[in-house]
Design a protein around this ligand. Sequence first.
Ligand code: MGD
Ligand code: MGD
Ligand code: SF4
Ligand code: MO
Length: 687
Amino acid sequence: MSKAFPHMGLNASGEVKGACPHDCPDTCSLVTTVENGIALKVRGNPDHPHTQGVLCTKVSRYTERTYHPERVLHPLKRSGPKGSGRFERVSWDHALGDIAQRLQSIAAKDPEAIVPYSYAGTMGLVQGESIAARFFNKLGASLLDRTICSSAGTEGLIHTLGGKVGMKAEFFAESKLILIWGSNSITSNLHFWRLAQEARRRGAKLVCIDPRRTETADKCDEHLQLKPGTDAALALALMHELIVNNWLAHDYLAEHTLGWDGLRERALRWSPERASEVCGVTVEQIRSLARDWGTMSPAAIRLNYGMQRVRGGANAVRAVACLPALTGAWRHRAGGMLLSSSSMFPVDHAALRCPELLAGRTPRTINMITIGDDLLRPASPAFGPAIQALVVYNSNPVAVAPESGKVVAGFARDDLFTVVLEHFQTDTADYADYILPATTQLEHWDVHASYGHTDVLLNRPAIAPMGEARPNTEIFRELAQRMGYSEPCFAQDDLSLCRSAFGDRVDFDRLLQQGYASIEMADAPFASGGFPTPSGRCEFFSERLARQGLDGLPDHLPNHETAGTSAKYPLAMISPPARNFLNSTFANLRSLRDIEVEPILEIHELDAATRRIVSGTVVRVFNDRGEYHCKAQVSARARRGVVNGLGVWWRKLGLRGTNVNQLTSQKLTDLGRGPVFYDCLVEVEAA
Ligand SMILES: Nc1nc2c(c(=O)[nH]1)N[C@H]1C(S)=C(S)[C@@H](COP(=O)(O)OP(=O)(O)OC[C@H]3O[C@@H](n4cnc5c(=O)[nH]c(N)nc54)[C@H](O)[C@@H]3O)O[C@H]1N2
Ligand SMILES: Nc1nc2c(c(=O)[nH]1)N[C@H]1C(S)=C(S)[C@@H](COP(=O)(O)OP(=O)(O)OC[C@H]3O[C@@H](n4cnc5c(=O)[nH]c(N)nc54)[C@H](O)[C@@H]3O)O[C@H]1N2
Ligand code: SF4
Ligand SMILES: [Mo]
């Protein structure tokens, strides 16, 4: 085995070190046991401090996914109408030749009519945007604004802390107070939950801030079950109480923050009484949380992206990100906050993507969350050419993008040429002209940063590619060659790309040997300021925003679709992740689907009673954008007035071939042009 695949790095006991590729903050270190070229099992690396030998249920089943009988293992060409899911097997040569020809003929008129569509199916830097980005840069295709997850929160952080920076994850174990804010850690950040448990054993208090009574909320000491999209109001009221009780670090405020006078004035307008009305939590809950934040130390916030999928998402992140500076929490290594650690990694994106291949062109940008509208848009001077070709990889837009009625109508266009690189015949792949079989994480090289800790991980292939599957990189190299692209950068191999990702800023030999390497950072990075903002301070007031004519201070912005404003659609719907799926990935794995059973809508007993709904009733959930059928679950997890449609199921596995995104809108967040999945009004009735 090690002779046949000498590059794979099997050790004597037949184990290969890798990295979990999924869009999850934990970025676990994997150990795959291989025998006779077959991966027998995947487990968590016991040596990696963050993984501690533990994987979530999903990825401990990774071999089931890799060897799944429904893996796409050969290139497929559509043989029925779009969306019918009928395909025939063709050779790589036929598929790549035809695709290159089709793309070339479109590009000859206008390359911007071609759009790449990708996200974080793999978080790998190499199988993500390396050769693929080079290919589209050379082509001059439209650029893609990759906003679907985190762009509002990212903007919020940039304008407050200066980037996606924060506490070192492991020090949460030493905190005395942890606010788990907009995050269901047990579901989506399991290894952080382990740290929170450790803190708790040492006497810490855990407070969950979430409109859903999640399994994480169940296990915290307190739960503030606020209305969706009201986090900024809560944060401002907390500031109000910190001010009136003088729970402030005046010296930290004076030395390391910008715009305190303005923020102070704004916060004083947010009495707990006012915020209580907006947020739907009691005045006493707000006062008590403020007292905890103002008087307990070290105090820390684990924020997650769940709270920024609403109109005011970026402002909400801004408001929350101000809180640690008010009390000087950053002075302690176990104090401060973490939303994402991404900006701590010195990734050399230019080395991977080769923007110089654009050769001075600045193609238009398509926002991935408005793909529904954009696929249906005719050519115009403002928009540019109608979209004629889509190349999809690492993403399943037909399931995950908002307002799927329009997304489906767009993908169903007969005059649209669609190529999908995939492991499985997803909802999106059903609409492809060609499906190209891609390798999984066990079959290719990659290198990973993380957004929940600060280690770089290397992923070595453990087994040879299944069937005729090829790494994304290889597929784009082959296409480049058929398009006549002769730049040497198209010949760079995957191991060399892994090296390029960090250049000499990460010890690659250590990665090869150990599988992971930590990024250097101070234990308490902002103990004496030094934020990566223009002023070097925590910016309560953002000059940069003010210069754009925007509010320089954070504020509460009500949802686009605020509950109580529509008689027709009185219920707010959020659609957070199901524990055993990762976005839409794993929805087709029998063993995991058996745990989730079927798509459900959690509804509060009073909301259910007035609609004659009981648990198990098939319900029609609807608004002006469409309707979705699933089973109701009358549940204490749902707050009154808010229904929880757990996502993201494959449409074709749902009751009538739709999922929650049939109802979500393509409206945008306040900053970052992000999606508002959790800012959505609906009505529910027994079907
Ligand atoms: N098992 C599993 N793990 C995952 C994922 C998955 O699908 N499944 N998804 C991954 C991805 S893509 C990401 S981006 C990360 C982070 O993923 P997130 O989507 O942030 O996931 P959660 O941590 O579940 O956070 C969502 C929580 O926010 C709550 N929420 C909804 N609206 C609001 C609001 O207005 N205010 C507040 N305070 N809370 C709100 C939801 O009820 C939910 O409990 O997790 C990743 N991990
Ligand atoms: N209603 C609602 N919608 C949501 C969300 C929500 O909370 N509610 N969450 C949103 C969020 S946070 C995100 S991040 C997006 C996620 O959206 P996506 O990034 O599209 O995530 P997935 O649905 O997991 O689809 C990833 C696909 O990539 C494929 N893939 C994995 N690895 C590879 C590879 O190496 N090569 C190739 N070619 N393919 C690969 C997988 O098989 C999978 O089908 O969804 C968003 N949509
Ligand atoms: S999905 Fe997250 S918790 Fe599960 S193995 Fe991957 S990184 Fe670890
Ligand atoms: Mo995400």
